[in-house]
Design a protein around this ligand. Structure first.
Ligand code: F6P
Length: 411
């Protein structure tokens, strides 16, 4: 196609990324930018999410610029700015409309989770801004309506760019912590991000975590007693005398003082979408294990490491595949939509025909499906392992099995 004949010549498409970063955002930006350029769009990048459309605007020209999608995070930077949480006298929606006009932006692609894409959809409905959403979150809790077929059964799963790379990191970190846990015969409580959903916590079991606690299952007083029994039993049964427990940052853990299950927060602050910041529940669980069972226990928060590092292979191809679907949405002027994977497929089957699109207004949150976790044993099921086995890159796990003979002194 010659330059003159390009379909969208003279039009401008802008990309923004909002919310917590992931290792796959630069890859998403690169993939959308490349395809939009081929259609003839001039491509802009808006910095710091919706914040870059407030005031005078903060807009970069990405057309023909070098862009490294393997590098994690987002070169456009991110923020949790909410267009609809204006302070008195501040009309954020008005500022956004004004900047879209000033910079002559025709279409907006919003890379984000429920918050960023929910706000984009509202702007589309209220103000008529042509928007296309693009999924993103390491929490993997967007309702992407991706079906997982296993043993003739259909389970509603989720696959969000960023999760496959984060999964590998959490599995790797858990596997690394095994050596020190074994050396000191300890219980190690590994805390994993994920807010209100346990999708990411399950990945620690790939790295060697024996038990897991997730936000979807409240830890009542009875469940807590049962959990301690399980910890004790598994620890004692292990000839190496050690145990790794993965806990989601957002679990509700029975608090002896207040007499009810409660979350543990790192701060009392809330972001502009009303989310509190979690952190520290692993320390509470570890100290109660030490106190109740008399077993040496420690806590380790994996935290932002899950969001850090390079974009892994599955995410590279996933973002490219979803960007192919963005082209389709642009050609059909199907705004207010977000591309998603139709079914859980391995790397080789990530192709556009496996995608579809959903209404950005009905994304919402998707907790971990009940088929993936066994609340009676505090473990993830074989169905979850089948799901993760498809989306997570294979890795070499460290293991050192030994059974040295005991030396008895000669008489
Ligand atoms: O939503 C992604 C996420 O990484 C959550 O898992 C975590 O609770 C939160 O963001 C942390 O956000 P912040 O970067 O604002 O501390």
């Amino acid at each position: 196609m010659s330059l003159e004949n390009k379909l969208f010549k003279g039009k401008t498409l802008a990309i923004l990324s909002g919310g917590g970063d992931t290792p796959a955002i630069n890859s998403s930006i690169e993939a959308v930018r490349n395809r939009a350029s081929m259609l003839g769009y001039k491509v802009y990048g808006i910095r710091q999410g919706w914040k870059g459309l407030l005031g005078d605007g903060d807009v970069m020209d990405l057309t023909c610029q070098p862009y490294n999608g393997c590098y994690g995070g987002t070169a456009l930077r991110s923020s949790r700015t909410n267009p609809f949480s204006s302070k008195p006298g501040e009309d954020r929606v008005g500022q956004i409309m004004n900047n879209l006009k000033r910079y002559k932006i025709d279409v907006l692609v919003t890379i984000g989770g429920d918050d960023t894409n929910g706000a984009a959809k509202k702007l589309y409905e209220q103000e008529g801004i042509p928007v296309i959403g693009f999924p993103k979150t390491i929490d993997n809790d967007l309702r992407t309506r991706t079906m997982h077929e296993v043993d003739g059964k259909e389970i509603e799963a989720v696959i969000c760019p960023g999760f496959p790379s984060a999964a590998r990191t959490v599995a790797r970190l858990t596997n690394m912590i095994k050596t020190t846990t074994e050396s000191h015969s300890r219980v190690m409580v590994v805390e994993v991000m994920g807010r209100d959903a346990g999708w990411l916590t399950g990945t620690a079991t790939f790295g060697g975590a024996h038990l897991a606690l997730i936000p979807e299952v409240e830890i009542t007083r009875e469940r807590k007693d049962f959990f301690f029994e399980r910890v004790n039993e598994l620890y004692m049964r292990n000839p190496k005398r050690n145990l790794i427990v993965a806990v989601s940052e957002g679990i509700r853990w029975y608090n002896e003082e207040t007499g009810k299950p409660e979350m543990v927060f790192a701060s009392s602050e809330k972001d502009e979408y009303g989310h509190p910041r979690f952190g520290g529940v692993s320390g509470v669980v570890a100290s109660e294990i030490s106190r109740r069972l008399g077993i040496d226990a420690r806590a380790q928060i994996t935290g932002y490491f899950a969001r850090a590092g390079e974009c892994r292979e599955y995410d590279r191809r996933l973002t490219a595949t979803l960007a192919d679907k963005v082209v389709d949405l642009l050609l059909r002027e199907a705004y207010g939509q977000m591309p998603v994977l139709k079914s859980v497929v391995p790397y080789e089957e990530l192709e556009e025909f496996n995608t579809s699109s959903i209404d950005m207004g009905s994304i919402g949150n998707k907790p971990l499906s009940c088929e993936y976790y066994d609340a009676n044993t505090f473990t993830f099921t074989p169905h979850y392992h089948d799901f993760l086995g498809k989306v997570m890159e294979k890795m070499n796990l460290m293991n050192f099995d030994y059974d040295f003979p005991v030396v008895i002194p000669e008489k």
